[in-house]
Design a protein. Structure first.
Length: 108
């Protein structure tokens, strides 16, 4: 088993280029599977260290779900992010806004 923050022996941040490549190639199923594992890794690391999760991975999943018109999946990943301790930066506020807008759309 990998230590917190690692997937298949690699630190989760080393997968950014791979995620981007999969998305550019429209390999959304593969990107989704990888991103879900990376989200797990960032959450495991956050629990182990007491730091906040890295929001980029949640945001990328939300983007994929939007492209695939999977509102429920997008809502689920954004709500999962909402429940986490946040790392500092501007992205947490952007994801909170995205979640609020999505909830509003889904309520109509």
């Amino acid at each position: 088993m990998d230590e917190p923050g690692y997937v298949d022996g690699r630190y989760y941040t080393t997968y950014v280029d791979e995620v981007r490549r999969l998305k550019r190639a429209a390999q959304f199923d593969q990107a989704e599977r990888l991103l879900l594992r990376l989200v797990d890794a960032t959450e495991e690391e956050a629990r182990a260290t007491g730091c906040g999760v890295a929001p980029w991975y949640y945001a990328q999943l939300a983007i994929i779900y939007t492209k695939l018109k999977q509102r429920t999946a997008e809502l689920t990943i954004l709500e999962r992010y909402e429940r986490q301790e946040k790392a500092p930066g501007a992205r947490p506020a952007k994801l909170a806004t995205r979640l609020a807008r999505l909830r509003q759309k889904m309520a109509q």
